[in-house]
Design a protein around this ligand. Structure first.
Ligand SMILES: NC(=O)c1ccc[n+]([C@@H]2O[C@H](COP(=O)([O-])OP(=O)(O)OC[C@H]3O[C@@H](n4cnc5c(N)ncnc54)[C@H](OP(=O)(O)O)[C@@H]3O)[C@@H](O)[C@H]2O)c1
Length: 318
């Protein structure tokens, strides 16, 4: 199959398209012909070698966690899916492989693609959408009652999906983003939008049940005063401080939490329901072809993408 492969850590130019063998399926896996993949910041962090101590990889490696495509083969013990199903998935944290023409994935990590989303749109959902859902629901304790939620990084891959998920669960939502993306976040349905170039959200007088920092740019101590008595600060940002703060907040009513996304077909099916009920739709800033992958990585590394960047694998060939 054709795949985008890296043979070493380095700049975007280490991403090379070439032929490698098509993966074989284990008993509990399905083989998916990838129609679209999406990019996440973790992809360039792995490519640069930033994560080599916590997530070592063996070269050659096919990066990419998010895919949408069609099942073309199933392992002997697969029960939930069959050849021909159109699906989307987040791939395993250690295996990856989304930038390939085909990928083998555990059936537990797969869900049927929402009928009203294209392959490109469906591929934009898994890692960012699961992060948003697991952060708000599992770490933030977002319920179905009218909670007050503030989302920092509201225009990014995770943040723009978090806005929509919080709204779908009945919350009042304030989004924080840069000047260029205020209109976008308003159009997603946020009740109020704060431009971080004009106002520091950590100095607000309002208080929130959940402050979700989807871009990990603030800290629990900075956000404590804008949390309700039992409020929860949830971040995507891994730092030594956050582990200390999580530990300390055992003794306080206000809590600090770190989300660590995990692939889960059941949660993807929930995201698919939101999409089919028109409550969740990814914003795609650009769709790239496989040969444009170095440019796509450079674009994502700017840290100012609105929504998601997607890789169309339609022309990747077999
Ligand atoms: N822990 C986990 O399990 C987990 C899971 C997923 C992601 N992450 C991490 O979470 C981060 C965000 O992921 P993502 O996919 O949302 O990234 P992304 O799409 O690249 O984020 C881009 C967004 O960041 C916003 N941004 C940049 N600087 C900002 C600032 N100072 N304040 C507020 N917003 C700012 C930009 O908004 P403007 O252009 O409007 O400024 C842009 O829309 C990444 O570091 C990623 O690695 C962690």
């Amino acid at each position: 199959m054709n795949a985008i492969v890296i043979d070493q850590y380095g700049s975007p130019e280490v991403l090379q398209t070439r032929r490698i063998s098509t993966p074989l399926v284990e008993d509990d896996e399905v083989l998916v012909k990838v129609r679209a993949a999406s990019l996440n910041p973790v992809d360039y962090k792995i490519r640069r070698g930033d994560l080599k101590k916590v997530l070592p990889i063996h070269f050659p490696k096919v990066l990419g966690y998010d895919i949408a495509g069609e099942i073309v083969g199933v392992g002997a013990k697969v029960r939930k899916f069959k050849a021909g199903d159109e699906v989307f998935a987040m791939l395993s944290t250690t295996e990856m492989g989304g930038y390939g023409g085909y990928v083998a994935v555990s059936e537990e990590n797969v869900a049927i693609k929402p009928i009203n989303l294209s392959f490109e749109e469906a591929a934009a959902l898994p890692l960012a959408g699961l992060t948003a859902l697991q952060a708000l629901r599992d770490k933030g304790h977002l319920t179905e009652r009218n909670q007050q939620v503030l989302i920092n990084g509201a225009s990014g891959g995770v943040g723009h999906l978090a806005i929509q998920i919080a709204l779908a669960r009945g919350a009042s939502v304030v989004g924080v983003c840069g000047t260029e993306h205020v209109e976008m976040v308003r159009n997603l349905g946020a009740d109020a939008v704060i431009d971080y170039h004009r106002q520091d959200f950590t100095q607000l007088s309002a208080q929130y049940d959940i402050v979700f920092d989807a871009v990990g740019k603030s800290s629990y101590p900075e956000c404590k005063s804008i949390l309700h008595e039992h409020g929860r600060f949830v971040t995507t940002g891994v730092s030594p401080e956050i582990f200390f703060q999580i530990g300390l907040s055992i003794f306080t009513k206000k809590k600090a939490r770190l989300v660590s996304v995990s692939p889960k077909g059941e949660d993807l099916a929930l995201l698919a329901n939101y999409a089919e009920e028109n409550q969740l739709k990814p914003v795609i800033e650009n769709i790239y072809r496989p040969e444009e992958i170095p440019r796509a990585h450079q674009h994502l590394e700017s840290e100012h993408v609105a929504g998601k960047l997607v890789l169309s694998m339609e022309d990747a060939g077999d």
